[in-house]
Design a protein around this ligand. Structure first.
Ligand SMILES: [Zn+2]
Length: 116
């Protein structure tokens, strides 16, 4: 039997913190970088324009990689195996998906209680 369980609070907190870092860190780097592009885009200094572009692109890449990494390294709270993420449709929301992790070994779907 495949059952659905809610992930323990502690793991949910850690996952939420990771998600927050994924969003906040690129903002901290990305926003000033975008500012540099904005200021130096037309007649400003070239080196600073490139620093801005590098920072902006870097922050986007960081966000994508850290998101991927977190989803690929989620460990089943029951057996400690790395288990894959699944985005489950929720009937009452059309644009949101519930974030779940499925352990095929324990036959448990871990509901993070979080949405995309
Ligand atoms: Zn498991």
């Amino acid at each position: 039997m495949h059952e659905t369980r809610t992930i323990p609070d502690e793991i949910q907190r850690r996952y939420t913190k990771g998600r927050l870092a994924t969003i906040v860190t690129p903002l901290i780097i990305g926003a000033p970088s975008f500012g540099l592009i904005w200021i130096n885009g037309h007649n400003g200094s070239r080196p600073w324009l490139w620093v801005g572009i590098a920072g902006f692109v870097g922050s986007v890449i960081f966000a994508v990689i850290s998101q991927e990494w977190r989803n690929r390294h989620f460990k089943c709270p029951n057996c400690e195996r790395a288990i894959p993420v699944r985005y489950a449709n929720v009937p009452q929301y059309t644009k949101k998906c519930r974030i779940e992790f499925v352990c095929s070994h324990c036959k448990i779907t871990w509901d993070t209680g979080l949405f995309t």
